[in-house]
Design a protein around this ligand. Structure first.
Ligand SMILES: [Zn+2]
Length: 504
C-alpha cells in the first residue's frame, strides 16, 4: 500500500481512469462501481486489499491481475528483485528508450535510483514532447524486453518485462522534468518531509513543478537542483533520500560529499581458480587492467584453510601462488597484484591460520563462515585483536532473502574495530551488500575505515562494486571513509598503524 501512495496523483484519480488499464473497458468500470459501491480509486483500494475485487462478476482473473499491477498493488504478492537484476534491466531499458529519436532525456528514478538493496519495480522518467507520446508507446510495446503493456495513461505507461519485473515509465516535458524526477525518486517519507519544508517557505511541491502556494504559479522544476536552490537547501544525493532527517543537514550545508566509483583505486577481495573462482590470476589481471583502468592495484584473496577440503587453497600451496603472482607482476612491469587471503574465524574468535602464514600476505580478510545463528559479537571483537588481520569480510553474514544476519552488538564491534585499526568490508555481491547502509553509518561515525570489494568469482562479478559504492553512499561515506580510495602506500600505513597499536 505504501508504495502505491507515492503516486498520489493516481490515488486522486477517478474510477474511470481504470479504463487506461489493459483489458478494462467502461463495462468493467461500471460493474466495479455498482457491485462494490465505490466511486474513486481511493475507495477501491480497501476492496483490493481484502480480496473483494475478486467477487465482481464481470472480471476475469487476468483483468484483476492487470488492475493490481496497474495500481502498483500487485507486487505485494510477489517477491522483490535484487538490486543488481533491476540495475541491469533498468540500464538496458533506458538505453533502448534513449535510442528513440523523439526522446530528449531518460533517467532512472524510484528505489533503483536510491540504490536500495531490493527493488519492487523499475521507475523510468522520460523527457519528450507530448505530441510524440503515441509514437513512443508504439515503440515501447515492440521492445524485446517488454512482454505486456498493462496500462497506458496520458503521462504514464506501465509494462511487464520478460523477467516478470514491472516497469513504470513516466513522461515529463523539460519544463518540469526535475520536479517529476524528484517526486518519483522518493522515498515516500522523504517526499513528505520535502513537502512540509516547502510549505513552511510558502511553496508547494508537485510532479509538475515547485509552485507558489499563494499565487499557484510555477516557480522552478527543470532540474532537481533548481528546486533545492529555491528552498535554500544543498542538493541531496538520491541515496540519502530515506528517513534519517537529511534535510536538517541540507539546510545547514552539512551534506557529506559522497564517494564515487571513479575514486576507487583497487578491488581488495577477488577469488581465482586457486580456490573457488573461475579465472586464472593472469586472466584477471589482464582483464582488470583494461576494464578498470583507474585501479592501481587488485588483491587476490582466495580462501586459505588447513581444515576445509573443497575449493580452498591449502597453506602449503600459498608459496606457489605467491610465486605465480610475482611472475604475472613481472610481466606487467609493476606490483599490480597484491597477495591476500580470506581466512575463517574460528568459534572462539581466533584466526584459523597461524601468525607465520598470515605474515606472508599483503592483506588478510577474516570472515565468519560457520555458526550463523549464534550471537557473534565476542567472536568479531576477538578477531580484531589479531595484528595480522586487516579486514572483516561480509561482517553481518546476511544473505538477502535466504539467511538473516546473526545477532551482533555493532556498537561494541565497531568500537573494537576502530580501536584496533581493523577495516570493515562493504561486500558488493548482490545477495550480500554487507555491511548495509545503517550499519555503515554507525561504523563510520565511530571512525571505522571501510573497504568496498566485489568478492568476485568470475570476471562479470567485478562490476558488483558499483552496488558497493551505492551502498556506501547510502551509508553517507565520503572518499576518506573508504580505505581503497587511497594508494597502496596509504594501505601499508593503515596496516603498520595496527601493528604499532597492538604492540603497546
Ligand atoms: Zn567469505
Amino acid at each position: 500500500m505504501k508504495t502505491f501512495l507515492k503516486n498520489s496523483s493516481a490515488i486522486s484519480a477517478s474510477l474511470a481512469d481504470l479504463g487506461n488499464i489493459r483489458g478494462i473497458t467502461s463495462r468493467e468500470v461500471d460493474a466495479i462501481q455498482k457491485q462494490l459501491g465505490v466511486n474513486s480509486i481511493r475507495e477501491l483500494i480497501p476492496f483490493i486489499s481484502n480480496g473483494q475485487l475478486e467477487t465482481v462478476t464481470a472480471l476475469t482473473p487476468l483483468q484483476i491481475k492487470n488492475i493490481k499491477r496497474g495500481l502498483k498493488l500487485y507486487k505485494t504478492a510477489e517477491s522483490r528483485f535484487p538490486l543488481w537484476d533491476a540495475y541491469l534491466m533498468g540500464e538496458e531499458l533506458s538505453k533502448a528508450i534513449r535510442q528513440c529519436p523523439e526522446v530528449e532525456k531518460v533517467m532512472l528514478a524510484g528505489s533503483l535510483r536510491r540504490g536500495k538493496d531490493t527493488i519492487g519495480d523499475i521507475d523510468i522518467l522520460v523527457q519528450l514532447n507530448d505530441a510524440d507520446r503515441r509514437k513512443l508507446l508504439y515503440k515501447i510495446a515492440r521492445m524485446p524486453q517488454v512482454e505486456n503493456i498493462i496500462a497506458a495513461g496520458p503521462h504514464h505507461f506501465c509494462v511487464v518485462l520478460h523477467n516478470q519485473m514491472q516497469a513504470d515509465i513516466r513522461l515529463a516535458p523539460s519544463r518540469y522534468f526535475g520536479a517529476s524526477l524528484l517526486y518519483y525518486t522518493g522515498s515516500v517519507k522523504y517526499n513528505a518531509e520535502m513537502e512540509e519544508l516547502a510549505a513552511s517557505k510558502g511553496f508547494r511541491i508537485t510532479p509538475e513543478g515547485l509552485m507558489d502556494s499563494h499565487t499557484g504559479e510555477y516557480v522552478a522544476g527543470e532540474q532537481e537542483v533548481d528546486i533545492y536552490r529555491k528552498l535554500q537547501l544543498d542538493f541531496v544525493a538520491p541515496e540519502l533520500r530515506e528517513d534519517h532527517d537529511i534535510l536538517t543537514a541540507a539546510a545547514v550545508h552539512e551534506i557529506p560529499l559522497l564517494v564515487t566509483f571513479d575514486q576507487l583505486k583497487g578491488d581488495m577481495q577477488i577469488h581465482t581458480n586457486w580456490s573457488d573462482g573461475a579465472e586464472s590470476i593472469a586472466g584477471i589481471a589482464k582483464y582488470m587492467s583494461h576494464a578498470f583502468p583507474h585501479y592501481h592495484y587488485i588483491v587476490i584473496t582466495d580462501h586459505v584453510s588447513s581444515t576445509r577440503t573443497n575449493h580452498v587453497l591449502h597453506p602449503e600451496d600459498v608459496f606457489r601462488q605467491i610465486a605465480e603472482i610475482n611472475r604475472v607482476n613481472a610481466l606487467m612491469g609493476y606490483d599490480y597484484i597484491k597477495k591476500g587471503a580470506e581466512i575463517d574465524i574460528l568459534e572462539n574468535g581466533e584466526a584459523a591460520l597461524s601468525d607465520d602464514i598470515l605474515q606472508q600476505f599483503d592483506w588478510v580478510i577474516a570472515s565468519i563462515h560457520s555458526d550463523f545463528s549464534r550471537d557473534n559479537t565476542s567472536r568479531l571483537i576477538q578477531i580484531c585483536k589479531n595484528p595480522y588481520v586487516n579486514c572483516i569480510g561480509h561482517p553481518s553474514g546476511r544473505l538477502i532473502g535466504i539467511r538473516k544476519p546473526y545477532p551482533v552488538n555493532w556498537d561494541e564491534v565497531f568500537t573494537a574495530a576502530a580501536a584496533s585499526g581493523t577495516a570493515m568490508e562493504i561486500n558488493s555481491r548482490p545477495n550480500r551488500l554487507d555491511l548495509h547502509d545503517e550499519q555503515i553509518r554507525l561504523a563510520v561515525s565511530k571512525g571505522v575505515k571501510m573497504v568496498i570489494n566485489s568478492d568476485a568469482r568470475t570476471l562479470t562479478h567485478l562490476d558488483f562494486v558499483k552496488l558497493g559504492i551505492s551502498t556506501a553512499r547510502r551509508g553517507s561515506c565520503r572518499k576518506t571513509d573508504i580505505l581503497n580510495t587511497g594508494s597502496w602506500n596509504e594501505i601499508e600505513k593503515f596496516k603498520a598503524e595496527k601493528q604499532q597499536l597492538l604492540k603497546k
